[in-house]
Write a protein that binds this ligand. Structure first.
Ligand code: HEC
Length: 149
């Protein structure tokens, strides 16, 4: 599992688009197990989020997660099904889990999508960049918030 995570991270980091050399999150953005406020200050777009969720070259979340009614040929089950995640978690809780699930479970195989420190095997030239941009994170949060079973 760990090896799978590392390989995924390597692949996913090729698609990195962010712009940060700096620390991406202020400590006070995290409240409990959530990041209550949008990383961009604006709501994301659910339709774009759906595309990112499926796309091999960006999120590719379907590698590990099933979502009902998604037009994707293969959906993995390494992670929990997310068809009702919008009913179980707040947008802030969803955001934190995408940003860096290891904050809740240090042993998780889910890659951190918005973290720049402590990444292994980051492709040359992409050091200091998160896997997904803050806008992509917000689009994913908006999409998953609509998944209420
Ligand atoms: C390598 C497999 C893997 C990939 C890729 C992955 N996840 Fe996960 N994800 C997991 C696992 C495993 C968990 C369960 C949490 C844990 O490990 O502690 C999880 C948990 C979650 C949760 C919390 C679900 C709940 O019911 O509590 C959300 C939301 C989530 N993932 C979203 C995403 C999104 C969005 C992407 C793509 C950007 C993604 N995941 C990519 C493995 C993955």
């Amino acid at each position: 599992m760990r090896a799978l995570g590392a390989v995924l991270l390597l692949g996913l980091s090729v698609a990195a688009t962010g712009c940060g050399e700096r620390e991406l999150l202020d400590p006070d953005q995290v409240v409990g197990d959530a990041i209550p406020n949008s990383l961009t200050g604006l709501p994301g777009d659910p339709e774009t989020g759906r595309a990112i969720f499926v796309a091999r070259e960006s999120g590719h979340c379907v590698l590990c997660h099933v979502v009902a009614d998604l037009d994707a040929p293969f959906q993995g089950n390494v992670g929990p099904a997310l068809s009702d995640v919008g009913a179980r978690l707040t947008p802030g809780q969803i955001r934190l889990r995408i940003v860096d699930a290891s904050r809740l479970n240090p042993d998780t195989v889910m890659p951190p999508y918005y973290r720049v420190h402590g990444l292994h095997q980051v492709s040359h030239g992409l050091e200091g960049k998160p896997v997904l941009s803050s806008q992509q994170i917000e689009d994913l949060v908006a999409f998953l918030a609509t998944m209420d079973g």
